[in-house]
Design a protein around this ligand. Structure first.
Ligand code: ZN
Length: 449
């Protein structure tokens, strides 16, 4: 029974009727009124379009998690009534937080104790993960249950070994779409946001890393799943380098916002250079139009390797074909989401085996390369949001000794996203300067949103 605590399973009507109600609670999977309302994914659909020949209704939105009908129940085990047992947690971390990190980590502990939700707005390359170790430990010590979730599978996979190392005695569960591991009860779960659909009032603390990333961003089902997975007394902790404006608005008054403007190495973020490029979108058509790109590449390649961001796969391929003759074989390559060699190419770029890597927005976040500059072809293209531009700029000067990386935004229209991205980067640098000027002697106030 403990095994199913907080886990939500689908049961047919008969099974539910035969179920021991002392041990399990159930609620109808779908509420049928003027429209149907799915209690698993939160979506509402028209009655006529969801009707089955049996007269029942089903939810088409979450069907990929298994079909649920209006006769089904969502069943969870009843929690034990006793208050949670405090535990001793084996905490195995010898690292040292920077002063900025340590202040945010402390704020998170205070927010947790005082039952507040938190949003950590920490610039790219500031080292977010270390800051959450302490609040995870605190929650586990109190007998609580923690979920660390992210919209991105690769983030979950990277977090898992780090958490296993720090919390050596915890039997951490890692769940994602194709993961081999079967569900079991665990006080510390790492999973993709999709997996949250299988939980109901399970967690005392849910930490969402990269809350603004695809596919969570803008997905009402995942948002519903997140809220359902949290206990009514539970706390949320969002981590992001680039909170979208709508999110900041949405959490106003409910979340404490903890900003960390300093990167781990304390150097400022690289401010993008906005370069007008009239013909960027058709530059692959002739040498004359390509001149500007070639000029900047030549300049950057003296000291750097270059990540060249393209707004679409079609554009990337055309540009690659035209650029290739200007370089030696093996000096440049490209990568995109369905590329079978994606992993290998990214790894080779890390080892600085290519001089230029053409990429789509798939490499806008979550990757660290040393010694790179970035060029964004058509920063005004609608594929680039403020957040993605800030993330892309954040690929430069993340670590290592090399400090001369540059960020070039080629554009032919000054969009709101470009303006806001540049403003946000400069704003964070200003804040960082103030923090450093005060030599961190003053505790930066957390601004209640
Ligand atoms: Zn549904």
């Amino acid at each position: 029974m403990q095994e199913l605590l907080g886990r939500q399973i689908v049961m047919g009507q008969k099974d539910w009727e035969n179920c021991n109600k002392d041990c399990f609670s159930g609620r109808p999977a779908i509420i049928v009124k003027e429209r149907i309302f799915c209690q698993r994914c939160g979506s509402s659909q028209s009655i006529s379009e969801t009707k089955l020949p049996t007269g029942e209704h089903y939810c088409p939105v979450c069907i990929k998690y298994g079909k649920i009908k209006s006769s089904d129940y969502l069943v969870t085990s009843n929690p034990k009534v006793e208050s949670p047992q405090t535990r001793k947690i084996h905490f195995n971390w010898q690292g040292k937080l920077t002063i900025g990190q340590s202040r945010v980590a402390n704020r998170l502990l205070v927010n947790f104790e005082e039952n507040r939700h938190s949003l950590v707005w920490a610039v790219t390359g500031s080292g977010k993960t270390e800051m959450i170790f302490f609040v995870i430990k605190k929650c586990l010590e109190k007998g609580g249950r923690v979920c660390l979730t992210s919209p991105r599978i690769d983030v979950c996979r990277e977090l898992y070994p780090r958490l296993v190392e720090v919390f050596k005695d915890e039997n951490i569960l890692l769940l994602y779409g194709e993961s081999e591991e079967k569900y079991r009860y665990s006080a510390l779960t790492i999973c993709t946001t999709h997996q949250l659909l299988h939980f109901y009032q399970a967690f005392d603390l849910v930490i969402v890393d990269e809350i603004d990333a695809f596919p969570y961003e803008g997905d009402a089902v995942l948002r519903f799943a997140l809220m359902q997975s949290l206990k009514s007394i539970g706390r949320l902790l969002y981590l992001t380098a680039t909170p979208p404006n709508h999110l900041l608005k949405e959490i106003t008054g409910e979340f404490s916002i903890e900003k960390l403007p300093l990167r781990f190495h304390q150097r400022p973020l690289i401010v993008p250079e906005k370069i007008w490029y009239e013909n960027w979108s058709s530059c692959y058509k002739n040498k004359h139009k390509m001149k500007k790109l070639l000029h900047y590449l030549k300049e950057l390649l003296v000291n750097n390797h270059v990540l060249l961001f393209c707004p679409s796969i079609a554009y990337l391929k055309k540009l690659y074909t035209k650029l290739a003759p200007f370089f030696l074989q093996g000096e440049l390559t490209f990568v995109f989401s369905e590329d079978e060699e994606r992993k290998e190419k990214v790894e080779k770029m890390r080892q600085q085996k290519y001089r230029i890597l053409l990429t789509t927005t798939i490499l806008e976040r979550g990757v660290t390369f040393e010694n790179v500059s970035v060029i964004v072809m058509g920063a005004n293209h609608s594929v680039y949001t403020k957040s993605s531009l800030v993330q892309i700029a954040g690929r430069v000067d993340r670590k290592g000794e090399f400090k001369s990386g540059r960020v070039i935004f080629f554009y032919n229209q000054n969009t709101k996203a470009i303006r806001q991205a540049c403003q946000e980067i400069k704003g964070m640098n200003q804040l960082a300067k103030e923090w450093l000027k005060n030599e961190m002697s003053m505790v930066p106030k957390s601004s209640n949103a």
